[in-house]
Design a protein around this ligand. Structure first.
Ligand SMILES: [Mg+2]
Length: 479
């Protein structure tokens, strides 16, 4: 693979942006189990097939090893997970050891940059403000991105009035760090300004170019897009030292975050997809030799501040594939997506949760929770992925809960059915704890106590009642 060991003409020195997440990640990297990433297939009938398409053959099977279980032709990705060598494990007598929660963020906890009112209360309940005095481990699993994980955790900490650690957080592009060693020059698309380039470099990508760099080098690339003075200043000079555009070979395209200018980004992605092996400003005669293209997720819509859902990265992905076919006489372009509902993302989350439970709560890393309650607002990603993970997981029940505060609209039929439909995340948390209490009650009768229960709760369970919980009614709550 070219570019891995040598720098192309005019290539900038790699800039590493440090973050506690990256440090923690690297420290923990060597002791983790393997991660497998699945290719998503638009065709559900093919979704179980994880192999790369043959159209990626230029760098695909050997270089990528995107795998899924049961695929004998694929090789697992190297060990990885983003956790927490920086956290001192503590023995936590009041922590629930047999269940945990995982949360989507947008439309569940946050909407339009502001916390959903019940979210703050839900976090308090998880952190012990419940009748049982029990604290429940939890992680966050969002398809969003465009910032350093540590930055997003800082934002979330402020919004939810709790401390959120990068050790309990996965965003859409987090798994992309696995690919840093596999490619030389990559095109990184999306996000504000230089943010995604900086994130990619912090992941270890060595030569990151952006659409801005390409537009700076050739303004005719997108006739209706004009870089601002700041964008022009920040964009790199691809033509330094006498280099030509055709000297640059893009080995992979990563859409890290939502595009801020769909038209020019679409043009540039398609130019690369239709090039001779990723070489800029060339055109393939066969349209089957472009580099692989990865999106950090495939959500077509998401829940923002607007009354109605807004278009997301998955919509751009569909446009890229559709227009590629329209402009190549019907050739098929196969792109790839990380994030939910990919099983690999949930497997990644499983390891994160295990490490977080061990690091933060002193629980045995080898002893998984019996149940993980996943709370989401998007049936196509949150519920679909959770249900699929539940089918696959041998040791842990993945229990899907759909809330009504985001993408899902009350009164509609969700395409993927949750185990439970509730109004808000607070209802979801209470439902999960209540369900666990009922299970604990049945275990108590056989002496198998798993949760620390106070006298009132013990009495309630002994009498066959559901214990009361410390909750507050919110605008979406049942009376
Ligand atoms: Mg959401």
């Amino acid at each position: 693979m070219s570019g891995l060991s040598s720098r192309r003409p005019g290539m900038h020195a790699r800039q590493i942006s440090s973050s506690s997440f990256a440090e923690a990640f690297d420290a923990a990297r060597s002791r983790l189990g393997e991660l497998t990433l699945h290719q998503e297939d638009e065709d559900e009938a093919e979704a179980a097939s994880p192999c790369l398409s043959s159209s990626d053959s230029a760098i695909s099977e050997e270089a990528l090893s995107l795998t899924g279980s049961g695929c004998s032709e694929c090789t697992p990705l190297s060990p990885v997970s983003p956790i927490t060598g920086l956290v001192t494990p503590i023995t936590d007598a009041d922590v629930a050891d047999n269940f945990a929660f995982a949360f989507d963020i947008d439309g569940v906890l946050i909407r339009g940059g502001r916390p959903i009112p019940e979210a703050i209360e839900a976090m308090k309940v998880l952190n012990g403000e419940n009748e049982f005095g029990v604290r429940v481990p939890y992680i966050f699993l969002t398809n969003g991105g465009g910032k350093f994980e540590s930055e997003r955790c800082h934002d979330l900490s402020r919004q939810l009035e709790i401390e959120v650690s990068p050790g309990q957080f996965i965003c859409g592009h987090t798994p992309m760090r696995e690919f840093a060693d596999r490619f030389g020059t990559v095109l990184v698309v999306g996000g504000e300004g230089e943010a995604c380039r900086n994130v990619a470099e912090s992941y270890g990508f060595r030569d990151v170019i952006t659409p801005g760099d390409i537009l700076k080098a050739n303004a005719h690339t997108a006739p209706f897009r004009k870089l601002t003075d700041l964008e022009h200043k920040n964009s790199r000079n691809l033509l330094a030292h006498g280099a030509k555009m055709s000297d640059i070979v893009v080995e992979a395209v990563f859409v890290f975050a939502d595009s801020r200018d769909w038209a020019s980004d679409l043009q540039i992605i398609l130019d690369v997809a239709q090039s001779k092996g990723g070489r800029l400003e060339t055109r393939s005669e066969t349209f089957d030799e472009g580099p692989p293209i990865y999106f950090s997720h495939s959500d077509v819509v998401w829940s923002a501040a607007h009354e109605h859902v807004r278009l997301g990265m998955g919509a751009l992905r569909k446009i890229v594939e559709t227009v590629f076919a329209d402009t190549t006489g019907g050739k098929k372009l196969k792109t790839h997506a990380f994030g939910k509902p990919q099983i690999a993302t949930f497997e990644f989350a499983t390891r994160l949760l295990q490490q977080w439970r061990a690091a933060q709560h002193g629980l045995a890393e080898s002893d998984p929770p019996q149940t993980v309650y996943f709370v989401g607002d998007t049936p196509e990603s949150d519920i679909r992925g959770t249900n699929a993970m539940n089918e696959k997981s041998k040791s842990t029940e993945w229990y899907s809960i759909l809330v009504k505060t985001g993408v899902y609209q009350e009164g509609t039929e969700p395409r993927y059915k949750p185990r439970r439909l509730v109004d808000t995340v607070l209802d979801a948390v209470n439902h999960g704890i209540r369900r666990e209490m009922a299970k604990a009650g049945s275990r108590l009768s056989t002496g198998g106590r798993r949760l620390p229960l106070d006298d009132a709760a013990m009495k309630a369970i002994a009498e066959g009642r559901t214990p009361n919980f410390v909750t507050k009614a919110g605008p979406f709550s049942d009376p």
